[in-house]
Each structure stands twice: as C-alpha cells, then as structure tokens.
Design a protein around this ligand. Structure first.
Ligand code: HEM
Length: 423
C-alpha cells in the first residue's frame, strides 16, 4: 500500500493528537517512513507534503472536474429565494470560505462555539479524514433570468449556451429531478464527508436558497479495486474508458475548459456541466443474453475491449464485419453512436445510484447519475444525445428521468470567492 494512502487512512481529519496519542503518531511516522512530515506540535501538513487525501479548493479551475473521480458523490440542485445581488454575493463568499475549510478536513466556523447557540458545524465529519473532498459550484439558466425577471441584474451576462436542454425523443423527465439555479457537487472517498459538505452549505444558504433535488451516487472503492481498473456501471460494463485525458492541458482546453473569447469572459476557465438522472432497468438487463448486452454497448463485457478486439484500450474497428457480413460493432450500439465521427468529446464523470425500490414497478430504482463536462454543450453533449436518443440500443434498458445544465464557475485564489468574475 502506498504510504500516503496508509497515512490518509490512519490520520484523522483534524486534531490528530486528540484522537491518537503522541506515541502512536510517532509509531505511525516510524512505520511509514515519513519522519518530519508531521511535527508533534503542529498537525498541519507542511512543505513536502505527500498526503493524498486533500485536494486544494483554490486554483485556476474548480476541483471536482478534472479530479480523478472519488468513491462517492452527493449532488444538490438549489433554487434561490433571495432576489438581492448583495446577499447572493455574500452567499458565495460564505460558501467559498466554508468549502475551503471542509476540503482541508476542517470544521465550518468556530467549532467550540457558544454553548447557548447551535454549533456552526453540524459535527458528523469531526474526526474524519478530508477523504479527497471536492466541492464544485455551478449556476443554471435561472440565475440570470427567471420568468422574464432579471432578478440579479445578470441577464446580459448569460452565455447563449446556458439554456435548458432541448427535449430529446424518449425523455421522460420529471420536475423533481430537473433544473435548478445553482448546483453543488460534493465528491469524496467517504459518503458521510460528502453529505456533510452539502448539508453545511445548504445550512449556510438558509433564507437565501432551498434544495430543489439531490442525488447521491457511488463507484467501487479503490480499496475494493486494487488494480485501479475502469469502474463498472450497474449493467456490469466498464464505463469511462474513452474520455479526454485530464492530464493533458491542451486537450482539456480544447474539450472541457471554456476559453476567453468563447463567450462572456467571466466563464473563462469554467466549463458546462450536464447532469442526467438515468434510470437503468437492471432486472430487464439481467434477463438479456450476453451477446445482446455486448452488442448494445459495442464492447465485450469482461475485458471492456471493443467488439472484435482483445484489450480495453484497443482502437475499435468500426468497419469490421462479422461472419454474417454485418458490422461487428452494430450500427445502433451505444459506443458507435456516442462516438459519431469522433469529433465530439465530453468529459464523463458519472456515478451509479441506487435509491431503493421504484414503488410503481416493484423494481430497483437504480441507474446512472450521468455527469459530463464540456466547453460547449451545443457542439458536444446536445448533438451526441440527439444521436443516442434516436436509435441507441441502450434506450431499451434505460430512461432519462432528470436533466439539468449548469455553468461551472472558474476557480478562485485564496482571499477571493467562487463567482467573483460573474459579479
Ligand atoms: C445509463 C446510461 C449510460 C450508460 C450505462 C453508458 C455506458 C457507456 C459505456 C459502457 C461505454 C463504453 C465504455 C466507455 O468508453 O466508457 C460508454 C461510452 C460512451 N458514452 Fe455512455 N452511457 C450512458 C449514457 C450516455 C450518455 C447520455 C452520453 C452522452 C450523451 C454518453 C456518452 C458516451 C460517450 C461519449 C462514450 C465514448 C464513446 C467513444 O468510444 O468514443 N453515454 N457509455
């Protein structure tokens, strides 16, 4: 096990000396060979840190987009109830401060507090590691204009791409899973940490915003998947094989980050997020023959390789014919249609969800909280989804129940706040 992983598992979120005696810290340092990383009088991680369970909140871009997907997500869409620009700005300032603290593994506000008042932090993450928590904020079309009302004086700043997505064939959208003025995406390797983040941010917004819908989601943990393979979705297939390379700045600039000159300057360094809550009929899928399952995606289930190839990352041969003279990767397979002519790409960062039973059918209410990021939804997600909605074989086994679009704001520096370029 990597020493940083070991450390992050053993070192508590805050106040290491409170939870572990000085002796055990010494032993831990000795055992992991990182002497000097933590001093006994200062529990902060200092220069040369190798702890991998903290992801900086501040930066050019918001974290939680190019960040390697954590194990859990807690996603919330909120509607604003204030119509005062000053109060909205204050909300973003307060959120920024609280988010920076929580991603450091710290509590919100003064933890000791006043015994005659409710504590500032709700407390359920006390003693927990930061767990790679990231908090990502986005703003929806309603922030700029609602019912014809320019409520925050932002109408002129609305990018033309930031509008409700068109209705796609077969959409079965429900208001309770759709839209929102603001989104908060909290991802962490611990669900309690992710939930704590959203809960405290919603609490801070009291009187200014209310929750519209929320969804939690999961992927396999890295502890369970020591080989760090591509995670599998609830249909048992590797999901996330073909994605832009998040370590390649040029590719990210081309496909994901909005560039200055693309539209209003305030969004440069941000990105557009599309969220679709897609229910998957897992019981129907489980009665489907393997060959048919593979033809649905255009990939082999076990290896994740394109049909006709051996390994997951082999290039697909879209012209190859099978023994019957048919295209080996069927014309209506998900992969072929999503790929199109290969010119559109999106950064997929999806999580599975399982929300108990669908009371109407007695089946699982389970599926995919599909989230993708892109520079321009009109050129990327929308044409792709039009192709899929028209003839994707996968549509027999899925239904889109929720939909939302947000502009994820650029990142900010210490002392600044998320949203500062907009206001
Ligand atoms: C429940 C719904 C969905 C499931 C289960 C699903 C699953 C998969 C799987 C297994 C693959 C092949 C492996 C990979 O490259 O990751 C794939 C590829 C892909 N999917 Fe989906 N997907 C879903 C919805 C969507 C939607 C709504 C979009 C976008 C409109 C989308 C876009 C893509 C893209 C771009 C690829 C890569 C295509 C390529 O090879 O170039 N998927 N998906």
């Amino acid at each position: 096990m990597e020493e940083s992983t070991l450390l992050s598992k053993k070192v508590s979120r805050r106040n290491i000396l409170k939870t572990a005696g000085a002796g055990s810290v010494g032993m831990l340092i000795g055992a992991t060979g990182i002497g000097g990383l933590l001093s006994l009088s200062d529990t902060k991680i200092t220069k040369g840190e190798t702890m991998k369970d903290k992801i900086p909140f501040y930066g050019k871009h918001q974290a939680g987009i190019a960040t390697e997907a954590q194990h859990h997500i807690y996603f919330a869409s909120l509607n604003l109830t204030v119509d005062n620009r000053k109060e909205l700005i204050q909300l973003f300032r307060d959120w920024t401060e609280a988010s920076a603290a929580m991603t450091e593994g710290k509590a919100v506000g003064d933890h000791a507090g006043n015994p005659f008042l409710p504590p500032k932090d709700t407390g359920e993450a006390a003693g927990l590691a930061a767990s790679n928590l990231t908090i990502t904020f986005g703003v929806g079309p309603g922030l700029f204009e609602k019912d014809g009302n320019d409520r925050f004086g932002l109408r002129n700043k609305k990018p033309k791409e930031l509008k409700e997505l068109p209705k796609f064939p077969l959409d079965s959208l429900e208001e309770k899973w759709s839209g929102g003025d603001i989104c908060i995406q909290a991802c962490a390797d611990d669900l309690q940490v992710a939930f704590h983040a959203v809960r405290n941010l919603v609490r801070i917004a009291r009187g200014k915003a209310v929750m519209h819908w929320t969804q939690s989601g999961f992927q396999r943990t890295k502890q369970a998947d020591t080989k760090k393979e591509t995670p599998r979705n609830l249909f048992g297939f590797k999901d996330g094989t073909v994605n832009p390379n998040t370590n390649n700045g040029k590719e990210m600039d081309q496909q994901v980050w909005v560039q200055s000159g693309d539209g209003p300057g305030w969004l440069a360094g941000g990105t557009y997020m599309v969220v679709r809550r897609i229910q998957m009929f897992i019981e129907v899928w489980d009665r489907t023959a393997l060959r048919e399952q593979e033809n649905t995606f255009g990939r082999h289930r076990d290896s994740g390789a394109p049909i006709g190839q051996k390994n997951e990352f082999d290039s697909p041969d879209y012209n190859k014919k099978d023994a019957n003279g048919q295209l080996a990767i069927p014309i209506d397979s998900h992969m072929r249609l999503a790929n199109g002519d290969g010119s559109q790409q999106i950064l997929r960062r999806a999580y599975s969800y399982a929300d108990g039973m669908d009371p109407e059918t007695g089946s699982f209410d389970a599926g995919l909280l599909f989230i993708c990021f892109q520079r321009n939804p009109e050129k990327q997600f929308i044409p792709m989804q039009h192709r899929l909605a028209k003839m994707d074989k996968l549509n027999e086994y899925t239904v889109h129940k929720g939909s939302a679009i947000f502009a994820c704001l650029p990142g900010t520096k210490k002392g600044g706040y998320i949203g500062e370029t907009l206001f």
